[in-house]
Ligand binder design. Sequence first.
Ligand SMILES: [Zn+2]
Length: 378
Amino acid sequence: MFRSVLVLGEIRGIRMQIHVSWLIIFALLLLVLGASFQHQYPDWSAATVMVTAALTVLVFFASIVAHELGHSLVAIRKGIPVRSITLFLFGGLAQLSRESRTADDEFWIAIAGPLTSFALAAIFHLLALALTGVSEPAAAAAAWLALINFVVAVFNLVPGFPLDGGRVFRALVWKVTGDAERGMRAAVAGGKTVAYLLVALGLWTMLAHGNVLGGIWIMLIAWFLLANAEAGQQGFNMQHRLAGVLARDLAERAAPTVAAGTSVADWVEHDALGQGVRAALVCQGDRVLGLVTLSDIRSRGRKQWTLTTVDQCMTSRDALVSVGPETPALEVLQLLSEKNLNQVPVMEGERPRGWIDRERLLRLINLRMELAEPGKGS
Ligand SMILES: [Zn+2]
């Protein structure tokens, strides 16, 4: 299978990875920076230009990782686990496992990235001063790194979601109004405005300056911001509507069951084909032994179905993924998508308390969202 990310390792439990699209921006930056050094310092040898440009670009990406680590370490301090930091075409992305619970947490997590970049800009500026007259390439690299980190910090502070400034803006509106939803709406509106302004800037760059590549690049960033502003709003709505909903509120009380020892052929005929059941708990009396699904039996040849029992194909209880009645609905949803499951049993100790089916869960979420949006008929 083709993997689009390359995992580099882990820092404090955070998976560090590079997306293939990052190679494009790496190569592009290398070319642009190499050309710029060559133009500025014509007496440098080709090797000096190449090595300086390559090292500078690598340190720049390390700075982006530091920016994302800034967000991540504050998030972890606020009790929000961070899954991964990914470098990709548009920079870096720290994937937090959930939204902040308070406006203050949101503010500090959001501002930590730009603050890190400002600090790096200051450090590289001092380095550039110290290296002047010592090593021209090192001083030039430090000066460029100071400038680019400053630009990263300032651009990220633009008040439009999903940029850091949008998150800061959201936290401020949330803090002032006490309404997280209003904060999100304002930040998303800001994000869309920024995106449309960037589209205009991209067109202007192309038409008035004849800089086609630069224009396309700016419009790509605009498109990225627009798509993420939308996605952020939807994810937020979902989290907001599901707040306080627990697994037991969503579970169907009667989980489909099948007695241990039943042949696969019988289960398929009566339950699967007969009643449209796609999975069942394999039980012996009151005890749950495991879970059998259509994909489990599909891996066995049709001819063996009469000779095989459901407990021979099932996922046994120890390996079975289940949730408790008090598990928040959001966690159930994350579990289903992370493990790519179609259903999950709700267990209280060893006793089955119900069953959550992915399709049913998504239907219920849609229903809740429709009911929460006035003026939208179904
Ligand atoms: Zn950031």
